[in-house]
Design a protein around this ligand. Structure first.
Ligand SMILES: CC(=O)SCCNC(=O)CCNC(=O)[C@H](O)C(C)(C)COP(=O)(O)OP(=O)(O)OC[C@H]1O[C@@H](n2cnc3c(N)ncnc32)[C@H](O)[C@@H]1OP(=O)(O)O
Ligand SMILES: CC(=O)C(=O)O
Ligand SMILES: [Mg+2]
Length: 362
């Protein structure tokens, strides 16, 4: 067992000192691209500055024959794209490496940290099962960072996509000071749990509750009754949010595979936003705008939050505002909104203008 005192010591001689706090950089959309696909890779330079995170995906959705081309393609994109990745960049650079039990995972990490470690902000690790997976990546990254002479630690993001990973979610979040956050992996997780949905994320019309019948007569039972679809992912996301909040790291929704259904995509993203997620994945360029819109608080909500902050003065006691009670606790809820609006305003001038224009809405 490691002593708590050693937790923030580098795991290799010459590796950068681990961070004590994970930076709150905007990451409303983590946009996936396949670096082995020339058409997609060619679009990346023009996306810098208009999306919070660009992620070079090396894992699932990249054909086995293209794994090496994808790895090399990512090195080239990172080297050749101004403003992509690094602490002051307008758009962060993340990667999703191949799984730790695949033939490619080790070389992905070795090549990327050695060649573009100074540009890489976060490594997303798929199919994380427990703290042991994070410990392995943690030590390996430290060795590679030391070898490459990097001066800041690369952060780690785990995808929760197995039942074992879900059961171990708290220990995964607390396994390393590198842990930046978690994403939901609804496709692999559904398969691993033997859920009966073939969709990549999103709801299912069969998962519903139905209004009671007027009586238990066969006619009333057979009569048309209102039904309400439920969210298949509510439990999982809520667990992720609590585990992340407990460890000071960030939860994200994952992919929404029905690219054409922009409306349900927005609904699913908003559910995650309301539950506490800070961002989501974007698989297609048209999902970026949806993610940015949903994961930026609405100007009206920010205006209300500012009014509560103003009305609460020193932050203690209770006041009435528009017929509603506000107190120390609701002030904290409002501060979450105001602080997020300030962080996003710093990187998104158009959003800042909308927040400034509405003020306190009074
Ligand atoms: C369960 C999981 O693991 S989810 C994560 C793994 N999956 C992924 O990463 C998928 C990433 N996305 C994709 O592969 C593609 O978007 C697909 C396959 C879903 C759809 O691709 P297409 O059928 O080419 O979509 P479409 O025809 O609408 O594309 C329009 C343009 O946008 C480009 N484009 C599509 N997706 C992307 C993307 N993610 N990034 C950049 N450009 C893209 C296309 O190359 C095309 O370019 P063109 O106009 O120059 O021809
Ligand atoms: C996101 C992912 O990898 C999955 O749903 O399986
Ligand atoms: Mg997966």
């Amino acid at each position: 067992m490691r002593s708590a005192k050693d937790f923030f010591a580098p795991l290799a001689v010459g590796a950068p000192t681990p961070l004590r706090e994970i930076p709150t950089r905007p990451s409303r959309a983590i946009h996936f691209f396949d670096p082995s696909n020339p058409k997609m890779a060619a679009k990346v330079p023009d996306m810098v500055g208009s999306v919070d995170v660009l992620l070079g995906n090396l894992e699932d959705a990249v054909k086995a024959d293209n794994k090496l081309a994808a790895r090399q393609g990512l090195v080239e994109v990172a080297r050749g794209t101004e403003g992509l990745g690094g602490p002051d960049s307008p758009t962060q650079l993340w990667t999703r490496v191949n799984a730790l039990d695949s033939p490619w995972g080790l070389d992905d990490l070795t090549t990327l940290v050695t060649e573009i470690g100074d540009r890489l902000d976060v490594v997303m690790v798929p199919k994380v099962q427990g703290a042991e997976d994070i410990h392995y990546v943690d030590r390996l990254l430290a060795q590679l960072e030391a070898k490459a002479g990097l001066d800041r630690p690369i952060l780690v993001h785990a995808i929760l996509e197995t039942a074992r990973g879900m059961v171990n979610v708290e220990e995964i979040c607390g396994a390393s000071p590198r842990m930046q956050g978690l994403s939901l992996g609804p496709a692999d997780l559904a398969a691993d749990r033997r859920m009966k949905t073939t969709r990549v994320g999103g709801g299912h019309p069969g998962y519903l509750v139905r209004q009671d019948p007027l009586s238990s007569s066969p006619e009333d039972v057979a009569r048309e009754r209102a039904t309400h679809q439920q969210d298949l992912w509510h439990y999982t996301i809520a667990r992720m949010v609590d585990a992340c909040a407990m460890h000071g790291i960030f939860p994200y929704y994952g992919p929404f595979g029905d690219i054409a259904d922009v409306v349900a995509c927005e609904d699913q993203f908003r559910n995650a936003f309301l539950l506490g997620c800070v961002g989501t994945w974007s698989l297609h360029p048209k999902q970026i705008a949806i993610a940015h819109r949903v994961f930026s608080p609405a100007p009206e909500d920010v205006a209300h939050a500012r009014r509560v902050v103003e009305a609460m003065g020193d932050g203690t006691g209770a006041v009435m505002l528009d017929g509603k009670m506000e107190d120390d606790a609701s002030l904290k809820q409002c501060l979450v909104m105001v602080e997020l609006a300030e962080q996003l305003s710093a990187v998104d001038p158009e959003l800042k203008q909308r927040y400034d224009a509405i003020g306190t809405g009074a």
